[in-house]
Design a protein around this ligand. Sequence first.
Ligand code: NAI
Length: 329
Amino acid sequence: MTDIVLLPGDGIGPEITKAVTEILDKAGADLCYHTYEIGEGAYNKTGALIPQETFDAIAKYKVALKGPVTTPIGKGFKSVNVQLRLKYDLYINLRPAYSIKNISKYPNVDIVTVRENTEDLYIGEEHEIENGFEAIKRITVPASDRIIRFAFEYAKNNGRKKVTCIHKANILKKSDGLFLQRFEEIAKEYPGIEPDKKIVDNMCMQLVMYPEKYDVLVAPNLYGDIISDLIAGLVGGLGLVPGANLGKDVAIFEAVHGSAPDIAGQNKANPIALLQAACMMLKHIGKDDVAEKITKAILKTLENREDLTQDLGGKSNTQELTAAIIRNL
Ligand code: NAI
């Protein structure tokens, strides 16, 4: 058995986590789950959003599967997700997305977004100024270099041909200018891979018009966050797309989507994005065969709209979709 930390989160988190662990167990993943609460639920019980025992468990077992966590908008506490990423220096946010027949609006998408996960506007430094506030955007050489190098290494090791750098260096000449300059410098170390660069607004249009032209994308934190939701929309929505937060020692796997408070507790949530994240986790811990088996079952299930949840145009609920995936294992 392999030990992993399970963080169900809140909103739809507990429902989809239950579905995913059921499928993992039926697929023979042979995992031992160490379950901990995080976010508001943990705060109400312990006074901490991420209790020390949760930090200790992640540090001990090194691999976690995490459901979404609600972050109050415009007030309240700092994002639990950002806190976890900073605590374990999970500097890579890897988000692969690909088209699925009869599900995706676009047929030829196969894009991996590599998002910088530790700096940019997400450092959360906002200051009061006369008549308003200002927010600090931080871009540094070490953080840019390691994420850009990871993107090229990923491309090299996965037979990818092109890496596109997303920026707004026409306006943010120093910060995004630095990210772009580091990209141009590091690209020289990878002569077999085409370096490409796009201003973020043009990138959005390009992705909607010609997504098939893009391969690996590398972006500072905020653009990576926005662009990966856009790409999720191209391939069928947030219910499908996974992400991995990777550092030197610790890896936390989660869906791209949030806690979906509009459908929480209604048995409507699609567990596939978190299940795909679990498949990334299985590969990370060397259980590639189980990951393959589950991926095949997901693709087979997606062929039958009857079995799908409403976000994918079906009429089934979370439990029915889970049962269909288990049948298809
Ligand atoms: P969201 O991703 O939770 O929801 C956006 C829309 O997609 C909603 O209509 C929702 O019902 C739908 N959706 C999302 N996941 C779905 C699924 N698995 N199945 C079916 N439909 C699904 O984004 P929103 O509403 O902007 O954020 C809600 C909360 O989640 C916020 O507090 C936000 O901070 C948090 N959040 C947390 C993340 C994380 O824990 N990694 C990531 C993104 C947002």
